[in-house]
Design a protein around this ligand. Sequence first.
Ligand code: A2P
Length: 269
Amino acid sequence: IKGNFVFHNNVEIPKIGFGTWQIPNDEAYDSVTMALKNGYTHIDTALAYKNEENVGKAIKEFDIAREDVFITSKLPAQTKGFDETLAAFNETITNLGVDYLDLYLIHAPWPWDEKGKDCTEGNIQSWKAMEQLYNEGKIRAIGVSNFEVKDLQAIIDNCDIIPMVNQIPFYVGRDQEELLEFCKKHNIVVEAYSPLATGELLDHSDIKKMAEKYDVTPAQLLIRYCLERETLPLPKSTHEERIIQNKQVDFKISDEDLKELKGFEDIRK
Ligand code: A2P
């Protein structure tokens, strides 16, 4: 699939990204090289994934200009505050070996081990640091991840720049309608991580049956679903045939089948 989503600052982002969560540093070089070789131009990593070094190395050594690759990384969930954010950003660009990022996200509104904690003030301070980096031209777009409506609202009410992205877990059965609506209203692009429900939906009999009908694999159906819902899928794989397959999603899901998929229960709940 080709084409871009456009942020509210007019920066464009390729419609499918290569996710690297859970790809260890020693496999990241090969996986990212395979992705680039097979036409992915959008790579998603994070300081917390501990693979930025080899993600960066793969991009650097591949025959592609820096401006032709869209690189996203993330501020660790536990890192809140203005100076802390500037320091983490520097660590990330050093790891990656780049002098700017295309997109930088607050990884989560709360530290992973304190899920749900109110970190509003810390998020606002981090966001202000990200606005500064953005205004200095060190980041082309800024956003958040795992934010709920109330977390987004706090940024919108207290800061200058509305996030360009919210990256959330999104897959068949986990539609997050209210959040999707809110993001649409504010021109925030929704990126779908775990579009295959980390693999758990691939063996679902209804998904298999529907995929057969379109002559695609379950993974392709699930990735296409994200696009039909105007979210940006970030599938992850370390296998080349899957990496290739996950990008070949140029088909339409019928309204009737979309309706059926929208009615799914969350398999991971
Ligand atoms: P692997 O990396 O071994 O290929 P998600 O993107 O929702 O996080 O799901 C990722 C999981 O799905 C990984 O376990 C990955 O395994 C697997 N996976 C990714 N693409 C495919 C595919 N096309 N067919 C089957 N499994 C896939």
